[in-house]
Design a protein around this ligand. Structure first.
Ligand code: IPM
Ligand code: MG
Length: 353
């Protein structure tokens, strides 16, 4: 298996280094893994003037899976839009056709105290958010900023074709089948035509999955329900921008955004795996970041691309164990637990593997 390793910016290199330790450990045991590292985001821009250098894209195309850290940093915020780190990330998602983004929000019982919600509201939480990743207002044309009637206007286009909705619907129903067989489709069909079509296609696809109970919810209500009574959800499916927002909200239920991994898949289960959090420039280079979301992303790589569920379970088990041992990076630290650095956390996971 060939893995393209793209650390990116900010805390990206530190957290990816911990995930690579886990992969090295598996390799030392005999797993046939090949890793090659390349720059993306601001690092790509610094290296070759492009947030997605051609060589990086080529490597990612050739690889079986991609492991990504995070992109972005304040030093890049004034660059022309196409040169900004985030564009590199959006382009690689689009170029590799990674339309199905899986973002699980799971609460480890020991972290209930780190959540900003009451323990009884979040304990036992296990939600899967399926976010469409290559369409919507993120990519719709036209887009831009221009002068109309003597003032500047900014505009984007929210757009979904039925084939785009259908393919992510199939992924979401497939996942719901393996979970609690409850799928909630989130949109804003009371206002947006784009959402109206989304909902219609969801209802059509549901006919292929009679065992799954499909429900619909407007995104504003879904945001409220996620905070009010998150355990009512099993699997959620939604568009790109709603999924971006709701998955950040859901991350807080689990104690820290530093805990949430993600998988972005194409139709052949090739995938890019990354934590859902950003590059956290404020703590970059200080060995403070939580590497668990990235390590758990490697577990997802084993589960979805390598179809090696035993190893996926083993990595997740190792993470559970270090949490049970009371080891915590700053973001999930609570009174009475042991604060560790990013690299100490990585070492502990390797040890408990
Ligand atoms: C995410 C991030 C990205 C997104 C940004 C960095 C472009 O917020 O992966 O959720 O909006 O998709
Ligand atoms: Mg986001």
């Amino acid at each position: 298996m060939k893995i393209a390793v793209l650390p990116g910016d900010g805390i990206g290199p530190e957290i990816v280094a911990q995930a690579v330790k886990v992969l090295e450990k598996l390799k030392a045991e005999g797993a046939s893994i090949e890793m090659e590292t390349a720059p993306i985001g601001g690092a790509g821009y610094d290296a070759s003037g492009d947030p997605l250098p051609e060589a990086t894209l080529r490597l990612a195309r050739e690889a079986d899976a991609v492991l990504l850290g995070a992109v972005g940093g304040p030093q890049y915020d004034t660059l022309d839009r196409p040169l900004r780190p985030e564009r590199g990330l959006l382009r690689i998602r689009k170029e590799l056709n990674l339309f199905a983004n899986l973002r699980p929000a799971l609460l480890y019982p020991e972290l209930a105290g780190a959540s900003s919600l009451k323990p009884e509201v979040v304990s036992g939480l296990d939600i899967m958010i399926v976010r469409e990743l290559t369409g919507d207002v993120y990519f719709g044309q036209p887009r831009g900023i221009e002068v109309r009637n003597g003032e500047r206007v900014g505009f984007n286009t929210m757009l979904y074709s039925e084939s785009e909705v259908r393919r992510v619907a199939h992924v979401a129903f497939g996942i719901a089948m393996k979970r609690g067989r409850k799928l909630c489709s989130v949109e804003k069909a009371n206002v947006l035509e784009c959402s109206e079509l989304w909902k219609e296609v969801m209802i059509e696809v549901a006919k292929d999955y009679p065992e799954v109970e499909l429900s619909h919810m407007y995104v504003d209500n879904a945001a409220m329900q996620l905070i009010r009574a998150p355990k009512q959800f099993d699997t959620l499916v939604t568009g790109n921008i709603f999924g971006d927002i709701l998955s950040d909200a859901a991350s807080m239920l689990s104690g820290s955004i530093g805990m949430l991994p993600s998988a972005s898949l194409d139709e052949h289960n090739k995938g890019m795996y990354e934590p859902i959090h950003g590059s956290a420039p404020d703590i970059a280079g200080k060995n403070l970041a939580n590497p668990l979301a990235t390590i758990l992303s490697v577990a997802m790589m084993y589960r979805y691309t390598f179809a090696d569920l035993a190893t996926a379970d083993r990595i997740e088990g190792a993470v559970k164990k270090v949490i049970a041992q009371g080891l915590r990076t700053g973001d999930i630290w609570t009174e009475g637990t042991q604060k560790v650095s990013c690299s100490e956390m990585g070492d502990a996971v390797v040890k408990s593997l």
